[in-house]
Design a protein around this ligand. Sequence first.
Ligand code: 13P
Length: 347
Amino acid sequence: MSLTTSLDMLRDAMEGGYAVGAFNAENMEMVQAILSAAEEARAPVIIQTTPGTIRHAQPAVFLGMAAAVAGTLRAPAAVHLDHGDSLAIVARALRAGYTSIMIDGSREPLEGNMAVTRQAVEMCSPCGVPVEGELGRVGGKEDDMEDSGGGYTDPDEAEAFVAGTGVSFLAVGVGTAHGIYKDEPKLNTDLIKVLRARIPVPLVLHGASGLPDEVVRKCVRLGMAKVNFATELRMAYTGAVRHSVMSSPDAFDPKLYSRAGREAVRNLVLDKIRLCGSEGRASHLFSRKEGARWWMPQYFTHVRTSVTRRSPRPSPGRARCSSGSGQPASAARTFPVWTGTPRISSR
Ligand code: 13P
């Protein structure tokens, strides 16, 4: 099916007491692996890329790969910008057709974080694209950013943040960190309970690689609706590629070792989907023949009818595409959009 937004998936997860796995992809094989695992598990899934990954290729490259693969499958999939670090990168991802966006202003003081997050929401909401914000700090290394972390989310601030920004979901600091854990993380699970009770939008757990299974299960049980995995996937892919190259040193076809990487990531993603409890949550889509509209009311109604949307205008400090941008109506233009499987012309 066509790509969907993450909003309905995550609301359903919040209500259903499970989590949608969000998996960072670095190349085509990882995109294929994530979608193939979701298809086998009949699960909704989120593929995400960091700004560093986007800089390595182009957002349109990842979006194109995900749309092409997802178009041949039935599992609902969203493509998400992970840790967007500027409004300019938000605009790039939005233009490419990303169906879900994160703006991470958590390094800023509360007011600055709220301001940049609000601007991202103003850019994305006219396009029907949900926005994830972050409050509190997830430590460790993700992409080009390194953070000492330790910032647990304050529930009062979180309530004000969600109300003041209009974010669709919230990444919270509860003691996890990105990357490999050197010491056992000190998770505050009571805080998850409090946040779940007070915050009206789905909560996101970052830094899930390396957490024991029972800890992930508990976080999901207590209310995390999106769980992010990156480092473990990178390690699985690279480990399998390394093993393949070393065991066949004379081989030179890249497909050989990248296939090994793909298989390793696929198996890992299947495990994580089961861990999050999302296996089978999209089963009803598999009994229909084609073109299910479930999961995609907002974005794809919008896209399929080729609604005009305003141009995001990236600039070093500022980029907007919202109705609040102050641009005259004439600045609006129609964007080329994905309407499903891309057509490849034969010549
Ligand atoms: P890990 O690298 O620890 O899996 O964290 C992933 C993440 O939170 C991406 O935003």
